[in-house]
Unconditional design. Sequence first.
Length: 696
Amino acid sequence: MTDEELIKQWKRIDWDAVEENLRKYQCEMTIAAYMYDNVKVRSLQKRIVKDLGIRCLAVKRVAESKAGAGVDHVKWTKPLEMMKAAMALNDKNYRAKPMRIIKFRSKNTNKFRTSHILTYFDRAMSVLHGFTLLPVTEALADENSFAFRPDRSTQDVHACILSALRGIDAPLYVVCADVKAFYATVRHSWLVEHVPMDKNVLSELLNSGIVFSGELFPSDDLGISEGSNLSPYLGNFCLDGLQSYIYQGLHGNDKKIRDRADGRMIRFADDILVTVREQKTGYRVIEILKEFLEARGLKLSPDKTRVALVADGFTFLSRTYVRRNDFIYSYPTDEAVEKFISDIRSTIIDSPVMSQRQLILLLNQKLQGWANYYRGTDALLSFKKIDTAVQTALLEKSISLHPKLPIEKIKHKYWYEEHDGRYSYALPDDKSIKVIHISDTLLLSPKLMSFDSRQHMNPFIKKYFEQHKAHDKEIQNVTGKYKSIWKRQNGICHYCGRHILMDQQKSVVPYDLKRKPSKYNLAYIHQVCERNEYTDIVVDDVDDGFVRKYNVLDCLENIVNEEKDENVTVFNINWKYRQLKDFFEKSTKSSITLTFKEIEKIIESTLPQSSSTKRFWYRNGKKICICHAWESEGYKTKKLNLENKKITLCRVDDDVGSLEIPQELLNKKIPINAIWELENHFTYIIKKYGLDSKLD
């Protein structure tokens, strides 16, 4: 074929039809794997790798990744290059090229990191054979393994742990185990012998070695490249079957295990958790784990493997779990909180020069991601601690930028008072661009029933796949309920502020963490932005004990607006009539009559002897009197009866009026954007003026 014909053939490919064809193959392969029909599995795998359309799909995904080139310095950017690569994607006489290893300095930590880079051709071969391996590994996977599997996440791990430890008869102990240097030490010979895929291709990808500074370093029959598309599937397959091995070691060959809670395994990659009834059973489980891993060339990490009493607490995936009074509590670990605070401080204080807007958006991205991860735990105290740390670092940064400016002016420049009396760091000319308070996050209970109902379902089975495919298609194509969300944002990513192209991968996330996800509380983002919501970064410990010329926490507690209203009365928190003021604040009546005894009951104290005089009940210069208790809440004295010892007060309506809503908003359908803006504005007005508590 000529080059022109190859280009036309690439452009004529119906990608939806190709993906549908691949899905059918994978569905058949999954059923065959469930039935242990290895002959049919191998037959379907060969049909997939020989299908030209599916090979083109593998090439397309590699080219769209726009990753760095390998040792051959080849990148596919044009249709002709991609079509030729797809036609050459053949496992006959396949020889993988060594990986290119690069070292670079992290902008965040200033430390060196390494990255393994495959050539585009090897990466496409990895993706293609990943199409054939993933359905098999899904069919054979342990039901409680969660890492690198479709439609499973760390939130599902969290829900599974809570489910396993809740209840009166729940196990009292857990085994926390971690595989030492898992990806670096797994044995190639075991993988080639047991992994159900083309042995030559697998052997080539595993033993390609690495090139650094022009020198080739062989693989030594150990390790999995973390840059390969196959690596997550190989890692999971290497540890799948561990659940049945534990049960067999504890309960023998009896297929009807009476107590599945004794030895139940929960796994995320190489982090393993096993529930047990007794401490001695936990030590037996550790020996069983060592036996299972030894054949694969793996070992347990002695520092991270132990038997823990649930009542004493244990840590798994940066969450602490502990049983108290028959309830399971979970919250972020102290190490995770301190590490995140270090990251935030580094972002604010040590980051390169950026605008105030960029800093706020970056902070909100990190804060929102961290809050989303831990919102299913008892994280309120941790969230408050982080909010304080953020405001502290912002104040330190502001003071360093304006060393000669008084602190009060700095606070007035960067902070403003919200309707609820709290202060927020925001842009001076646009208060909507502000640093969020993650302590406002709505804490959600993990959806245990939601996960329990789907943990036995396979994403490659037709019905399950089609349900999730339809939902994902709505998000990607911006149809159904997601159309109004897209219009409201004008196609701009909620995280990075850049436009989202229609052909880019998209996701939706909660817009306001204080509310439940709904059509009115979802926002579009780039899918790559979701993957980078937050990063745990190791930095040097920050010493907060150095001598300052000011007390940061005191400054935070006293952030106030310099513009003071002379007509506003400031009440001390210990003012003896504050309870009376609170009484009128909660009142919705237009007129109130109180006896002096009723007032004494409200203030929980006796009135002074001067209460028998008229002067006591009215203003006395600038001195704060009892009348301020009702005048500050919109009431005035209508009648004072000193003989009968009672006072009548009525609401002052001089500063209120009625609102006329335009007929255009009542009789016509209005754009969804307008509805969203009006609802948010009405909520703001109601809270600002206390209309929810002062309506007659």
